[in-house]
Write a new protein. Structure first.
Length: 146
């Protein structure tokens, strides 16, 4: 955060007492953790979390999301720039979760951990070679009586 935002802004946003001249790191860490959790919600179905070597763009996005939420504590006129960056960050995260953007991760890092549903398996004997697609498992004949 200190590399991306002015120290005076971080001091003001993390302290209620204007006489304090240092960043309240515990308060700031809470917002960074919240931003990280928000990002994970977009990634959990596509990637193994936590990402072992996250791309630098995610560090920037995490800081921008945290800064947006910190700025949300201030008067409304101070929020415009942070809101714009937040909306762009969320749009990017949505597009990653939809597969429109890549994070450049290895194939192993892209396998979700603790997936609730196992991958689908297609057996050769149920393959319709005339059309090049798997045969339907459920049809009117197999569902008759249900």
């Amino acid at each position: 955060m200190s590399a991306r935002f002015a120290n005076r802004d971080l001091v003001q946003l993390t302290n209620e007492d204007p006489s304090i001249l240092t960043i309240n790191t515990a308060f700031l860490t809470t917002f960074l953790n919240d931003a990280s959790d928000e990002m994970d919600a977009y990634f959990e179905t596509r990637f193994a979390l936590p990402l072992l070597d996250p791309p630098m763009i995610l560090t920037r996005i995490c800081c921008e999301i945290a800064m947006y939420h910190l700025n949300a504590l201030r008067p409304i006129h101070d929020l415009a720039d942070a809101k714009d960056k937040y909306e762009k960050a969320i749009k990017f995260l949505v597009e990653v979760s939809e597969g429109k953007h890549s994070l450049g991760l290895t194939a192993i890092a892209q396998v979700p951990v603790d997936s609730a549903t196992p991958p689908a398996v297609v057996f050769e004997q149920n393959f319709d070679s005339a059309f090049g697609v798997p045969q339907r498992v459920f049809n009117r004949r197999t569902l008759k009586g249900f």
